[in-house]
Every structure is written in structure tokens, then in C-alpha cells.
Design a protein around this ligand. Sequence first.
Ligand code: NAD
Ligand code: TYD
Length: 335
Amino acid sequence: MKLLVTGGAGFIGSNFIRYVLERYPEVKIINLDKLTYAGRLENLDTVKDNPNYGFVKGDICDLKAVESLAKRADAIVNFAAETHVDRSIMDPQAFVRTDVLGTQVLLECVRKFGIKKYVQVSTDEVYGSIEQGSFKEESPLNPTSPYSASKAAGDFLCLAYYKTYGLPIVITRGANTFGPNQYPEKLMPLFITNLLEGKKVPVYGDGKQIRNWIYVLDHCRGILSALTKGEPGQVYNIGGNAEKTNLEITQMILEILGKDETMIEYVKDRPAHDFRYSLDSFKLSLLGWQPIFSFKEALKNTISWYSHNDWWWKPVKSGQFLEYYKKQYGSSEPS
Ligand code: NAD
Ligand code: TYD
């Protein structure tokens, strides 16, 4: 199978590419990535010389660039997106451009070249917040941030292209994902790396918000199940086996790193902060998928990875990121 992966230099995409190339020698992957602040070619060092892997720098909004690669592909998995809620609050436009327009460009190529399967990697955030119970795939979408609204628009475009043109699209909606190679702006890598640097961790509001957490390789396995077994026109939730408040996560990280609660700094809450995400993944389990990594072990492995790879995260935790953070949260900053 010839696979076009878009956004494969980021967190989940790079883990997915490594996972697939290590296990499926019959799969050839071309990775198209714009290399934004979140795209890191170092994430693919271990596969860069693999004859089944190739990299092209480019933008999914650029029709010509996508066409030149899509015409040789059997299937496409789209990870490319702007992904951080706080950045979307600061600058929504980049999100609409990549997450909506970029998706539409990819769908046009699926249409033009008769691609056999297209997987849109989406997020549980499109459902919005749920106080009790869990979202199913048919739950209404109720996004609250420019990020989740842009992802929801991308999902609707995919479903419209399925209904209108009968394209073989599948959507996955994954939970909050953690693991190696995640840019240190999201909760887990930010808190782990702050503590490794001896800095405090900024908990938004009272820290009682709840997230459903999934280890990155379980998320990748779920995407692979949707790619190989998912029914066209269907949506599949990919939820993890841990539902925790932000404070619980913070306390677990503090404990593993041998730190105490004096390292917590409560800062101004995020605007329109979703209280709880929760997914029902029964539908994907019918395709034979279940999360297999224990949350605690995966968290320990993740912390160990950041501890042993400061060459990876130290350079990005510098000027630009702190400037952005200060602008949003005033004097409280992650340093
Ligand atoms: P990331 O921010 O780490 O990586 C995004 C990648 O997309 C980067 O390599 C970046 O360079 C690339 N990119 C951005 N704009 C592009 C463009 N216009 N053209 C080509 N490439 C572009 O993101 P991630 O956390 O790996 O998320 C990947 C996908 O999974 C996203 O679609 C996201 O919505 C979804 N998702 C993420 C999570 C999570 O917790 N991280 C959870 C559920 C779903
Ligand atoms: P994040 O990792 O940004 O993922 P998402 O917003 O997509 O769920 O945030 C996870 C949770 O952690 C969310 O409730 C916001 C909270 N959070 C903090 O309390 N402090 C932080 O510095 C960050 C980045 C997030």
C-alpha cells in the first residue's frame, strides 16, 4: 500500500509513521508536512533512511503540491492541523486555513485521483464538554474554541464529500493524547519539562477539569484500525482508559518526579474552558481495537523519555513560546 501521510512530522503523525514502518514492510509512506513550529524532522530520524519512507516539505492548502503526491497514493491519513487550543484563542485564522481549507484541498484530491481510503484524524473536542456519560459518534457537535470549531468544520466537509460524491472517507475522533515527541505547550509535556527544569507548573483555574487520556501508540493503533477496517462515511471515537482531572494528572507527574505541590501555580483560567471530555469507543472495539497500554506505565515511560531527551525539548522552550504565553496569561508564565 502507498500511503500519503500529511502532518507526519508532528507528535501523533511521527509516532504513527514509525509504528507502521516498523511493523508493515509492505507499506510505503510519503510524509507531506509544512514543518510549522510543531513539525520536527528529528521525530523521524529513525526512519529517514528507510527505503519505504520519503519526506516532502509542503502545505496541505497548496493544491498543486498535494496533487503531485496524491496521484501516486492508495490512501491518505491526514494529521496535518493547527492543534493547540490556547494558540487558537490567540490567532484563529491559521486554524481555519489548515484545519478547514487544507482538509477541503485533500478531499478534492481524493475525488480527483480515486483514492481508496481517506482518514481524517479528528478530535473529541468537536463534541464540546459533557458533564456525565460519554459521547457517541452520533452525538451532536458543539465545539467551543476556534480549534475545535475548525476541526468540526473539517469533519463536516469530510461527511459532505462522502454523502455528495461517495468518497471513501473515515473520521477518527481521538481523546487527549500523550507520549514522546509532543510539543511542550500541551499539558503533559509542558508540566513534565517545567518540573525537569525546576520550574512551577501553571494549572488553569481550579484544575478540576476532566480529560480522557490515551497513550499515543494506542491512538495510532486506533487510526490504523480505522484505515484498514473502517467503513466509508463512518466516524470512530478513540478513547483512552484513564479519565482524570488536571490536578490528578499534575499530582501523578509531581509524584513520579519526586516533587511536591509547592510546584503548582494556579493561573487565570482559559476562556470557554471545556469542563469534561469523555468518549464511548464501543464502535471501534467492534473492529477489534482496545487500548492496551496501562495509563500509569505509559505516563512513566513518557516522563522517562522527556528526562532522557532534553536535546529535543530544550531548544523549543525559548523566546517565542514564552512571549506568546506572557501575552495570554500576563505575568504568570511557565518559567
Ligand atoms: P502537532 O501539532 O504535534 O502536529 C501537527 C503537524 O501538522 C506538524 O508536523 C505541522 O508541521 C503539520 N502542519 C500544520 N499545518 C500544516 C499544513 N498547512 N500543511 C502541512 N502540514 C501542516 O499535532 P498532533 O498533536 O500530532 O495532532 C495530529 C492530529 O491529531 C491533528 O489533526 C489533531 O487535531 C488530532 N488530535 C490530536 C490530539 C492530541 O491530544 N494531540 C487528540 C486528538 C486528535
Ligand atoms: P491541553 O493539553 O492544551 O489539551 P486540550 O485543551 O486540547 O484538552 O490541555 C489539557 C487540559 O489541561 C485542559 O483542561 C487545559 C489544562 N491546562 C492547564 O491547566 N495548564 C496548561 O498550561 C495547559 C497547557 C493546559
